[in-house]
Write a protein that binds this ligand. Sequence first.
Ligand SMILES: [Zn+2]
Ligand SMILES: [Zn+2]
Length: 146
Amino acid sequence: MLVTLIKVGLVMHEYFPSKYFKYILIGALLVVVGKMLIHFIRGIAFPKTEWLINQYREAYERFLCPICEYPIRTGPRKYLFWTRRSVTKLKVPGDGSSQEESYTCPACGTGLFDKCSGCQSIRHALLPHCAHCGKKNEIEVSPSQS
Ligand SMILES: [Zn+2]
Ligand SMILES: [Zn+2]
């Protein structure tokens, strides 16, 4: 990777006058440093678990598996197809009533809806609270996810 960069740099140096080359280099450096800074600030603002729960929440809102983005096809959505973008335009037949049975993502095998240990209702397995009784579950951050 570094070798390619140096090669590209040398080629660019040949074709562009060094005055412009300097600006291009500075510009590229600024972009890289800026990106690192944003990454760093985000790390402070959202600790990993919170960030993860946020991702999960957004995925559940779109009826997509939080782990692999495979559509959560249950109830009236069983025969529909949607993506992250098209989910808001989706016309769901019936009342689109909420989840009533436990559900595992067929693509990656993650349990998405489970029985609550507090009230035996079906709850979001990857969100911290049960929607029915509010019982809190600890969300484990698996080390395989970065
Ligand atoms: Zn999945
Ligand atoms: Zn519950």
